[in-house]
Design a protein around this ligand. Structure first.
Ligand code: NAD
Length: 247
């Protein structure tokens, strides 16, 4: 493990046990241990490509070849990627009433695959495809085979929020409501650089926890900052939580 101060994890476990309403907010760092690169850390996609140039409405409209190549690469990267122990622990916490919902910036669908149900996908889901022109649903296969929309001939695209597009109203609103009334918000694996999601932790009037490999870059007020990987921190916290329940 890269961290740690065992007392911080014990505190987190006790807060989770007592909270009664906990919301988890995740970012790309939640999925790196499943083999999906993030955008901004040293091995992230930003190092090779600037996603704001290619994962953008501008690229979709003006440079569709590049846009399609970028999302083809991201879809191919997803092949064989599975939820890790940390995703499964969050799903289990939901089943045990310890987590109310997950708001995620991730588009990989791994929380759902792990068994979580109350998920707000703030940036959409890359595993579904639609036509930019007529909104008709299409198959991933059609997108990967570089086909146009079977209905109108328009451009196919993943159902993700591109730079230059608004977030889905209902998902964002639900996340805002949940975080505003949460007693505990656990923020995992996000650089908190993307607006408006980076504003969400500040809405919480309860306790705020930040878990990340790199804890030097955020400027939010957190009650507890834990340096470590998502999988390790969650696994260790789960052991302590089970210990608390046995007492
Ligand atoms: P980001 O790349 O800006 O930041 C990721 C953060 O996670 C970094 O601070 C990094 O230090 C940390 N991190 C990396 N591995 C970690 C680990 N194992 N445990 C804990 N922390 C770890 O990601 P972001 O803040 O989510 O940026 C937002 C954008 O990135 C979103 O639009 C999102 O859709 C997109 N994105 C999503 C995926 C995905 O769906 N898996 C992947 C790449 C990018």
């Amino acid at each position: 493990m890269l961290f740690n101060d065992e007392r911080k994890l014990a505190l987190l476990a006790s807060w989770i046990k007592e909270s009664g309403y906990t919301v988890v907010l995740t970012g790309a760092g939640m999925s790196t241990e499943s083999g999906i690169p993030d955008f901004r850390s040293s091995k992230g996609l930003w190092r090779n490509i600037d996603p704001s140039m290619v994962a953008s409405k501008y690229a979709l409209d003006n440079n569709y070849e590049l846009f399609r190549d970028f999302y083809t690469m991201r879809l191919e990267n997803l092949r064989g990627c599975k939820p890790h122990e940390g995703h499964k622990i969050l799903a289990d916490w939901e089943r045990r009433g310890l987590v109310s919902c997950i708001a995620t910036q991730n588009v990989d669908g791994l929380h759902k695959l792990a068994g979580s149900n109350n998920i707000f996908e703030l940036h959409g889901n890359i595993r579904t495809i639609r036509c930019e022109t007529c909104n008709n649903a299409a198959e991933i296969k059609e997108f990967l085979e570089r086909k146009p929309c079977p209905k109108c001939g328009g451009k196919l695209r993943p159902n993700v929020v591109l730079f230059g597009e608004s977030l889905p109203y209902e998902e964002l609103e639900n996340a805002i409501q949940a975080i505003s009334k949460a007693n505990l918000v656990i923020v995992i694996g996000t650089s908190l650089q993307v607006y408006p999601v980076n504003q969400l932790p500040d809405l919480c009037k309860g306790k705020k926890v930040y878990i990340n490999l790199d804890v030097d870059m955020h400027n939010h007020q957190f009650d507890l900052v834990i340096k470590g990987s998502a999988r390790d921190v969650l696994t260790r916290t789960e052991i302590l939580l089970k210990g608390l329940n046995e007492k």
